[in-house]
Design a protein around this ligand. Structure first.
Ligand SMILES: C[S@@+](CC[C@H](N)C(=O)[O-])C[C@H]1O[C@@H](n2cnc3c(N)ncnc32)[C@H](O)[C@@H]1O
Length: 269
């Protein structure tokens, strides 16, 4: 399926609890940001970071308002305890999942994926966020093929990452996922669908990446799509451009880019 504009009550409650998608208390934070060095010192204090919540420390798109609680719901439904996050960056999801009792390993090389290089040391920031939120999320600062994390994991999660990778990197990444997720475990995916690219236009690539067929991801994983509406997932014969365009009014879209979010769960063999 594609992420909707309308949120189920359960998602709304979870988002309120964690401050999804941009963190809490934005107005006082913006005032502190504008008030120079003293404001920046105040913002770095652990108590203030805790007050803002784990989602305040990475730029996000509006579609995450649906994506994050949906991903968390899939993991809870599957009873996942040990979770591999691919490309978790400094997103709050890993900390919120860990605070909910899951053991999370985030593999991310912290590359510039289109919005500029990091101005801070992301590993130091990650360690700080673990301290602030009382979590123990493991960080492997490299790509998934390089990291070779010790499995098995009950589930892998990949939020808006595969569309930024080259096809060969996607193949290598998913080959490792196959190795480290338990047989019958799940891969929970959100994959951007860009309206300025094929199959909506003749263009193959934009500054963020490509439209990646979810059907191809399922094939690479050698698994079975267990959650997802094929009429809204690229690569399936049922995928229907007209249906997607007709549904646009009910879909959540990035506020700064014409991007929708495809949602799918693949069960590993
Ligand atoms: C758009 S960001 C991810 C956003 C994040 N998951 C979220 O919830 O906001 C894409 C991330 O993928 C990471 N990345 C790129 N190639 C990777 C690979 N082969 N394995 C793991 N992470 C990768 C980048 O460093 C970047 O942080």
């Amino acid at each position: 399926m594609l992420a909707r504009r309308e949120l189920p009550d359960e998602y709304r409650r979870w988002n309120d609890r964690w401050g999804v998608p941009f963190g809490r208390h934005r107005l006082p934070v913006q005032l502190l940001e504008r008030s120079g060095a003293l404001g920046r010192v105040a913002l770095a204090r652990p108590a203030l970071r805790r007050w803002r919540g784990p989602f305040a420390f990475q730029w996000n798109t509006r579609t995450r308002t649906y994506e994050y609680p949906w991903v968390r719901g899939q993991l809870v439904r599957a009873g996942a305890r040990r979770v591999l996050e691919i490309g978790g960056a400094l997103s709050g999801l890993q900390f919120a999942l860990a605070a909910d009792g899951m053991s999370v390993c985030n593999v991310d090389p912290f590359l510039d994926y289109g919005s500029g290089a990091y101005e801070i040391d992301p590993a130091a920031e990650h360690a700080m966020l673990n301290r602030v939120f009382g979590t123990t999320v493991e960080l492997c600062r490299t790509t998934l093929p390089e990291a070779r994390p010790t499995g098995p994991f009950d589930a892998a999660v990949c939020v808006s990452t595969l569309e930024h990778l080259r096809p060969a990197d996607i193949e290598e990444t998913l080959a490792v996922v196959r190795d480290v997720v338990v047989p019958g475990g799940i891969v929970v995916l959100t994959v951007d669908l860009f309206l300025d690219l094929d199959p909506f236009t003749d263009v193959e690539e934009n500054r963020w990446g490509r439209n990646v067929p979810v059907a191809w991801i399922e094939e690479l994983l050698g698994g079975e799509l267990v959650v997802g509406d094929r009429t809204e997932l690229l690569g399936y014969p049922e995928f229907d451009v007209r249906h997607v365009l007709t549904e646009l009014g009910s879909l959540t879209m990035g506020s700064e880019y014409p991007q929708l979010a495809q949602l799918a769960v693949v069960r590993c063999p």
